[in-house]
Design a protein around this ligand. Sequence first.
Ligand code: PLP
Length: 417
Amino acid sequence: MTSTLAVHGGEPVRRRPFPSWPIWDQREIDAVTEVIRSGDWGGIPGTKCREFAAHFARLHDAAYGVAVMNGTTALQVALRAVGVGPGDEVIVPALTWIATPQAALYLGAIAVFCDVEPDTFNLDPSRLESLITERTRAIVPVHLGGLPAHLDAILAVARKHGVAVIEDCAHAHGAQWKGRGVGSWGDLGAFSFQQSKVITSGEGGCILTNDRHLAELCASLINCGRIQPEDQTLSEHPFGYNFRLTDLQAAVLLAQLTRLEELTTRRAANAQLLDQELGRIPGITPLRRDPSVTRQAYYIYHVRYDPAGFGGLSRDDFCKAMVAEGIPCATVRGQLVYRNPLFGANPLRGASAVIPGPNGPVDYSETYCPVAEEIATRTGLAIPQYVLLGTEEDVLDVVRAARKIHEHARELVTTGS
Ligand SMILES: Cc1ncc(COP(=O)(O)O)c(C=O)c1O
């Protein structure tokens, strides 16, 4: 039997921090210095923005890239480009960040929540058809945590019903499905470079597509409706926004890209080690990886927790015990987006939802996705990407902590702490 649990005052498995994020070095400093010295910090769009977007598109096997100020606006613009407007329905997974449904809501559309698969946490394609109506305009699969959603099955349903697919790739930089980059499978793909993402410029985003017209339309929409001399497919000036990225941010992203490959490989190797070692502990099951997933980004390392394997210890208490042992670990409760006060009983407005629809506020109070509920409230656990950037020894601390809690689980259940 190992030493006393840290939640009971014992020595934690780990006191040292895991690698800090973001990672940067002289490359970022030189890149930003060059832009500052050039005097071209913005641009309409800037040369660094164009260079970055083209490079990022190539990296994901897409023909075109458009740099944009964040992942939320990337999604919003992508949805608008495929014609989503007031009263249209957009299907999104029940587990994601709130930006996914919000991007549709900003356009006056209605977010329709689709349940997820219990063993991948991603949108369940088998549930899509029952959600499609004559008002459905788009499906937005999220590659949650960097694990690609089942693109073949989702695209098959979308094509059958003439519905667009916008891939939410905010977690999935560099991930691949059947050897081809995510973001290049749907009509468009939307990425985020917010601070916690696996490449970052503090804030930032990018839209990818293989369709020249959609690329020109998105570039115009984020640039106040401007049409560039090289544009060939735009016949009218779109009613645009200013959602441009700056060249200072694009320069940082170009520097960050130089280590994406190395960091992705390190995360994948450490994730494999965790799959193998955590998978031996009764009550912890790594996620299923479809054979078509040829590369995973591991923005989040998710596992399924079963209280039965830990003598009835709840997921939340296990998570608290892991944090006490020095392991960054979180539940995925907050990812059950339709439980956000925005959609349901909003404490600031009595019982009604805030979201206006074409015929009055949309009522989401009946929305219920049982699999996503189970993951959010009982079984889903998340470890952030920077943990996977440590050495094998660092990562094995995660396993040591989980084993220690497993051995002491009954004490936690009986004491209730
Ligand atoms: C799944 C998902 N989609 C979209 C976004 C939005 O990206 P941003 O924060 O850059 O607006 C995020 C951000 O965390 C996200 O997690």
